[in-house]
Design a protein around this ligand. Structure first.
Ligand SMILES: [Zn+2]
Length: 412
């Protein structure tokens, strides 16, 4: 693993990229204080991660804003009766962010807060379910918090529970094993959506690749080796069965039974850049040579495809060009293969081409509703700016593990 980080854009492109970042920092700073939601994806926790990076760029100027956002998030969660445990909108994200920031700012005492998060997640994992492999709200997201919590014994306990639930919910599927979405998750496809032959999601936000990443991390840590090995072989076998034998793998977004449904997005949440990048991180951690080589082949085919494909109308991390750029950027830094760098730079250019200085947040518009300002991390300007910052500076985007743009173990 190459650990040093450096800019992949230079000259005028780097100047434009950093100008966009600075404009977003300014606008997010004014938007953050009155922002209601707390979550990592849509609110104050995402701002805390954003200000932490902005502070590294500006020599500490956003440290206070970072602490303010973390405190505001804690306050909002304290008054939130639902206390959802999920990583991206719930308590898992509070714990993940607190641990992440405390590792850089030891003056932040987050132990009490994390003990509460541990308890909430353990309760959710011991409940009857339904359990999904979902990253944002269920098992894979709990797994990412558990990994962040290590070496604390609660991290180990939670990770074991996640592996147990993933083992219980796996079922035989063509090529190996897969994880069906429990009924409450069907509504992600619309309130009336119904999947009598079973819904199997391949996209990263809710689907199987994130589960494979957590299983690979557990396997690497020596946890339930036989069980995690069996699930990894099954899950990768299923993915291979879905991949086109030649050229780009063309993974579907989801399956209803064995019927494939594709989606035009070429992004993190949905589409082959996210699916193949997260599969590579999983295979790389698992360190199984055949699957690591196959996942690298899939990801590099998708990077070649990215050099030809037209841009998208979205700039955000989730469904848009900046997220696609960051996936390739991470793969480039981990593998040093030039095709990933080329793809990353191209999608940085696509991201900047969507910018309209003087409008939106730092020039970035929320495409679903252009009149609405969207400063947040996951589908707003903050995340777009952090992806751009990763392309134009020597600051490694370590916040991005919360979305599986990268995955490293605590000791690595
Ligand atoms: Zn999305």
């Amino acid at each position: 693993m190459v650990s040093s980080w450096s800019a992949v854009v230079s000259g005028a492109l780097r100047d434009d990229t950093l100008a966009a970042v600075e404009a977003v920092i300014q606008d997010v700073t004014s938007a953050a204080s009155g922002w209601g939601p707390a979550g990592l994806n849509d609110g104050q926790l995402g701002f805390a991660l954003f200000f932490d990076m902005a502070s590294r760029l500006t020599g500490g100027h956003q440290d206070e804003a970072m602490v303010r956002s973390l405190m505001r998030a804690m306050e909002l969660f304290a008054h939130d009766r639902r206390k959802a445990p999920g990583l991206h909108g719930g308590l898992g994200g509070l714990g993940w962010t607190a641990l992440h920031l405390a590792s850089r700012h030891p003056e932040l005492d987050v132990e009490e807060l994390c003990t509460e998060v541990d308890e909430a997640l353990e309760t959710a994992l011991r409940a009857a379910g339904p359990h999904s492999c979902d990253l944002q709200a269920s098992l894979s997201g709990f797994g990412l918090y558990a990994l962040k919590r290590l070496p604390h014994p609660a991290g180990q306990r939670l990770l074991e529970l996640v592996v147990d639930r993933l083992a219980e919910t796996a079922e035989p599927a063509q090529g190996g094993l897969s994880w069906p979405q429990p009924r409450p998750y069907w509504r992600l496809h619309g309130a009336e959506a119904t999947f009598p032959r079973g819904l199997y999601t391949v996209g990263v936000a809710h689907g199987v690749p994130a589960a494979l990443a957590i299983l690979a991390a557990a396997h690497r840590l020596g946890l339930a080796r036989e069980k995690t090995e069996r699930l990894l072989r099954g899950g990768f076998g299923w993915l291979e069965h879905l991949a086109a034998p030649e050229g780009p793998p063309n993974f579907p977004h989801y399956l209803h039974g064995t019927e494939r449904f594709t989606d035009e997005r070429f992004a993190w949440c949905v589409g082959n850049p996210g699916i193949t990048a997260v599969s590579w991180w999983a295979a790389h951690l698992w360190a199984e040579p055949t699957w690591e080589a196959r996942a690298l082949h899939w990801a590099s085919q998708v990077a070649r495809e990215a050099l030809e494909r037209p841009s998208t109308r979205h700039s955000n991390l989730c469904c848009g060009a900046s997220g696609t750029a960051l996936l390739f950027l991470r793969l480039f830094h981990a593998t040093r293969l030039p095709v990933f760098e080329e793809a990353a730079v191209r999608w940085v250019r696509h991201t900047l081409a969507l910018r309209r200085p003087g409008e939106g947040v730092g020039g970035f518009l929320f495409e679903q509703e252009p009149t609405r300002h969207m400063p947040v991390l996951h589908y707003g300007a903050a995340g777009t700016a952090l992806a751009l910052l990763a392309a134009a500076s020597d600051l490694a985007p370590d916040w991005d593990a919360a979305f599986l743009f990268s995955l490293q173990l605590p000791s690595s």
